[in-house]
Design a protein around this ligand. Sequence first.
Ligand code: TMP
Ligand code: ASP
Length: 237
Amino acid sequence: MKREQLYSGKAKTIYATDNPDTFISEFRNSLTAFNGEKKAEMEGKGYYNAQISKKIFEMLEASGIKTHFISMLSDIDMLVKKVEIIKIEVIVRNIAAGSITKRYPMKEGTIFEPPVLVFDFKSDEYGDPMLNDDIAVALGVATREELATLRKLALSINELLVPYLDEKGILLPDFKLEFGRREGEIILADEISCDTCRFWDKKTGQSMDKDVFRFDKGDISKAYEDVARRIVPEIFE
Ligand code: TMP
Ligand code: ASP
């Protein structure tokens, strides 16, 4: 049962439960971009993202990746294991898109082989600046050993996600992960959804993710629904 609200981020709200070892993560309909500068509400967004995340967490767990996911308590409420979130956004890039094409001379669509891994400092106040290992350690956000673990886990997750999505006609140019500490281990937390990944239709190359909202590329509702239809077809039966 939902107890007091512990934290409200831009897209999800975290609640305490009767069990001190679990939280409820509620997926809301609010959409933001550019560190909250652009805002909107989208009917059904919380639902699609929650269901997509659930399905991907289950797939990863079945492949041996530990996640915070326990179960769904409603369409949008995910029961999760309590973790201490590591303040690093771990971004894996397979194809150049988004900020990397603006900051560096890298053309959109360039394939990264091997994938490029980026650590950003998770801080709205500082605008999520990129980290290197020395800065992360000096800031105290993670140890060198933890950074190596994050890298290894993120690349393993990428290796599972790319073929899983490819089978559904979706390319994965890049995505963002967050991890948490729990009982001396690092496990996957947060969400994996249309808000936190770039998904491109394999045939047309069209965006099917938050870029549709960020850059006014079309019907955001249709894009999220299309991804949900491919990843969680059972919710449409
Ligand atoms: P970027 O190209 O804007 O740096 O985004 C890289 C990936 O990270 C992309 O898949 C979207 C995701 N992302 C988030 O999940 N949260 C964020 O705040 C940002 C900026 C990007
Ligand atoms: N999540 C960030 C924001 O809300 C940035 C983004 O996803 O573009 O503003």
